[in-house]
Write a protein that binds this ligand. Structure first.
Ligand code: NAD
Length: 434
């Protein structure tokens, strides 16, 4: 069995046994319907992506053999501006997952009120099995195959799970070779030397930090000494953990795909971060830390903490584990970590959930800043980026919080209403064409 076959089997298993993310996105959307006056026809437009492209990407392996990987680029809506959304390399990538993520991007960009629509891309593959050369060839082939759809004024990809600044650099370069023009604004999340924004790498985690601080302050919970558990110790989870730790929080639970760990007195974050910097696959496996016990991922989610930050993948908090969750506040670093059924259970328990489309919007907001800097050929200092990021996220939280209070609804419902209504308004103002 080739690695490609293995990736397909994993994807199939995920497809067969887990919640379909697109169904989940539609369920969330339908929940919003009764709270809005959006006409039926516009509603039908909102429920379907504008375009979904499937590509089959051939890659020449280092040993000369050829594998083919299926990838996608989905544009949910371009009503408010160019489509915007990351590219994911993961064995679980399916067209329905990418469609769901593209829809969430449309609501997310609208809820923080930046001039973008929503899109997403992904390739069903296991990137850990690639050599750097194979990864580059995979990325460039995929970029050339989705090239007709993407562009600084059309659709702007960015990093997501298992993709990073290097992957974005290859995409920019491929586009430049194909077009013969310098096109830094075609993707965001690039290296600084390639036109990337100072602060982009930390931006999503920083946004999670702003969301956490904002909600704790409103609930009257001190950040100093607040106990926090973080599921997923990649870009979003590790940076959110570090920044909240710097604000005085005690990070007592962390996990990644290799395992989960509990440290009742709080992790020494500098020590953990320096360990994963050089550990195989940047994983927590093998972490040596005083006072730490290994726990299961389910135990991590059920920890007695003030804040739980799911920052791994979607559908982690489900109907089967939601009743065990003890965190007062859940700040969704990941996209779609809570299923609609789990959301209802948590709502009844009185948990306060800062939804993904608000909590993890820091990345796309900073991507917007990067795009603006690329268009203007005028780079900003990191301080300016972080300051403006804070302003946008604080304003967005304020708007969502006020709507939730005024209408007596959850933060998720308020964020969805705000985002979806803004997209619907743009569609109505444009008119329906063709
Ligand atoms: P990443 O690949 O850097 O990190 C993902 C982390 O999750 C890794 O530590 C991985 O080991 C862990 N993980 C995977 N499966 C797990 C499991 N079953 N249990 C526990 N841990 C598990 O990815 P990332 O960029 O940090 O993205 C994480 C989430 O945040 C995704 O849902 C992504 O869509 C979302 N997100 C990312 C960004 C961004 O800028 N990177 C922006 C918005 C949203």
């Amino acid at each position: 069995m080739t690695v490609h076959d293995t990736a397909r089997v994993v994807a199939q298993r995920i497809q067969n046994t887990e919640i379909n993310p697109y169904e989940m996105m539609l369920q969330q959307l339908d929940m919003v319907h009764e709270y809005t006056n959006i006409p039926e026809g516009i509603w039908r437009i909102l429920r379907t992506p504008e375009r979904a492209l499937e590509v089959n990407v051939p890659v020449v392996r280092d040993d000369g053999s050829i594998d083919v990987f299926t990838g996608y680029r989905v544009q949910h809506s371009s009503a408010r501006g160019p489509c915007k959304g990351g590219i994911r390399f993961h064995p679980g990538v399916t067209v329905d997952e990418v469609k769901a993520l593209a829809g969430w991007m449309a609501w997310k960009c609208a809820v923080v009120n930046i001039p973008y629509g929503g899109g997403k891309g992904g390739i069903c593959c296991d990137p850990t099995s690639f050599t750097p050369g194979e990864l580059e060839r995979l990325t460039r082939s995929y970029a050339s195959m989705i090239y007709p759809l993407i562009g600084a004024k059309r659709d702007i990809p960015a990093p997501d799970v298992n993709t990073n600044a290097q992957v974005m650099n290859w995409i920019v370069d491929t586009a430049q070779v194909l077009s013969g023009e310098s096109t830094p604004g075609i993707v965001t999340g690039k290296s600084i030397e390639m036109g990337g924004a100072h602060g982009r790498h930390e931006a999503t985690g920083r946004g999670v930090m702003f969301a956490t601080l904002g909600v704790l302050q409103r609930l009257g919970i001190e950040i100093e000494g607040a106990r926090i558990a973080v599921q997923g110790f990649g870009n979003v989870g590790s940076i959110a953990a570090r920044l909240l730790h710097e604000h005085g929080a005690s990070i007592i639970g962390i996990s990644d795909v290799s395992g989960a760990y509990h440290c009742p007195v709080g992790f020494d974050l500098a020590r953990v971060l320096s360990y994963v910097e050089t550990s195989p696959g940047r994983l927590l496996a093998g972490l040596q830390h005083p006072g730490v016990e290994e726990i299961t991922n389910d135990e991590l989610l059920a920890m007695d903490v003030d804040v739980l930050i799911p920052a791994a993948l979607e559908a982690q908090i489900t109907a089967s584990n939601a009743s065990n969750i003890r965190a007062r506040v859940i700040v969704e670093g990941a996209n779609g970590p809570t299923t609609p059924e789990a959301d209802l259970i948590l709502g009844e328990k009185g948990s306060v959930i800062v939804p993904d489309i608000l909590a993890n919007a820091g990345g796309v907001v900073c991507s917007y800043f990067e795009w603006v800097q690329n268009i203007q050929c005028f780079p900003w200092e990191e301080k300016e980026t972080n300051q403006r990021l804070g302003q946008i996220l604080q304003r967005s939280l304020r708007e969502v919080w006020s709507m939730a209070e005024e209408r007596g609804i959850s933060l998720r419902l308020a964020a969805f209403i705000l985002g979806v209504e803004r997209v619907a308004t743009a569609i109505q103002l444009r008119g329906v064409f063709p």
